[in-house]
Design a binder for this molecule. Structure first.
Ligand code: ATP
Length: 363
């Protein structure tokens, strides 16, 4: 049918396949229950275990599957003991980011009532903001190519008009969609260090130029150091934040910390034509093979995928299913009956995923 979408599935390494399997099962059941869309899953082998077995970390056929898919679902990749001969880690997710120019790293940070967080949350407050991290340039531009001599080391921070303009357009569109969905206040904050670096004044000017096209949204600026402070002191005030690659790298881990850990932190890397959805955490080799990994970050990433696909393809049923899936996870976590070990419970991966299915289809 016309509304059948191909999903490239990178099951990955370590706990990757363990959290991918129940996630695909949930997506299949949701699609089966809908007559408005269907999903076709195509396996794309890649990663450290694949490299150890075949000598190839990212076969060309898998890249082709990714490029021709409507969306890419990716679990955790990489294993500390399996490396290229030069000692660097195997990370097909970074290869994808570069090959498909996925410039917008989208990291939602949510803390709902009942969810454990290291913060002292005032009564009635919830956290629900999105951090957008530019993911192709910034201080990562010279990654692996920095110059180091005996007495000096240099890396280059690159901010381009080409990427920044796309990034800000994407950011304001996302804020608009959140506002329409009743999730955000329509506030977009540019996080930079424009008081010290000219590159960030340039970044901010382009942000302001895009903001001028959106009279219905509020736009403001914050320095990155102050933002770190406010993410701890009053994170409920934020709606959409957009920032440079390295700042975003650091702030998104702070965001995961607010959510009580990596097991609940989903993410997406989005470009103009492609998008990858994956949990923020790694392959957790210390718990792999035990059936105890928390599948929620992977499932929430799948919900982000449904939302993105639904908006891209004009399919309201997928957007609605994305909301249902996200809320099912939030309800399971808030209820606190079925939690994995990392969240203080004793449930296994399958039991936790089953609780989400029950929330969707039984209750
Ligand atoms: P990477 O550098 O590949 O992102 P990392 O060094 O951040 O990896 P992770 O693999 O994310 O490390 O694991 C960090 C810790 O969090 C480990 O103790 C791991 O067991 C735990 N962890 C990560 N993901 C999960 C999960 N889904 N469920 C339970 N525990 C997890």
């Amino acid at each position: 049918m016309a509304n059948t979408f191909d999903i490239a599935v990178f099951a990955g390494d370590g706990i990757g396949p363990e959290i991918m399997a129940p996630t695909v099962e949930i997506l299949r059941k949701m699609a089966d229950a809908s007559d408005k869309y269907d999903l076709r899953f195509v396996d794309a082998p890649a990663g450290a275990a694949h490299y150890a077995k075949t000598g190839e970390s990212f076969p060309a056929t898998s890249m082709e599957i990714a490029k021709s898919a409507d969306a890419i679902l990716l679990s955790a990749m990489g294993l500390p003991d399996v490396r290229y001969p030069d000692g660097t880690e195997i990370s097909p997710q970074i290869d994808l980011r570069k090959a498909l120019t996925l410039f917008a790293g989208v990291r939602p940070v949510t803390v709902k009532a009942g969810q454990t967080t290291p913060l002292n949350m005032p009564e009635g407050k919830e956290i629900d903001f999105v951090l957008i991290r530019e993911s192709t340039e910034g201080l990562f531009y010279t990654q692996g190519r920095g110059e180091v001599s005996e007495n000096e080391a240099r890396e280059t921070l690159l901010i381009t008009r080409e990427i920044s303009e796309k990034l800000f357009k994407f950011t304001f569109a996302l804020a608009q969609n959140r506002k329409k969905a009743g999730r955000g206040t329509g506030r977009v904050t540019c996080v930079d260090k424009a008081n010290v670096f000219r590159a960030f004044a340039f970044f901010r000017d382009m942000f302001d130029a895009e903001a001028a096209n959106h009279a219905d949204l509020k736009a403001d600026h914050a320095y990155v150091d102050a933002t770190a402070l406010w993410m701890v002191q009053k994170p409920w005030d934020f709606d959409v934040l957009v920032t440079e690659n390295m700042f975003g790298d650091i702030l998104s881990d702070l965001g995961a910390g607010l959510m009580g850990g990596l097991g609940l932190a989903p993410s997406a890397d989005i470009g103009l034509e492609h998008a990858v959805f994956q949990p923020c955490h790694g392959s957790a080799p210390d718990i792999a093979g035990q059936g105890v990994a928390n599948p929620m970050a992977m499932i929430l990433s799948a919900a982000m995928m449904l939302d993105w696909l639904g908006l891209e393809k004009g399919n309201a049923a997928m957007v609605e299913d994305a909301r249902r899936l996200r809320e099912a996870v939030e309800d399971v976590v808030a209820e606190g009956r079925v939690l994995t070990r990392d969240l203080g419970g004793s449930a296994g991966t399958d039991e936790a995923a089953r609780a989400v299915l029950d929330m969707l289809f039984v209750s």
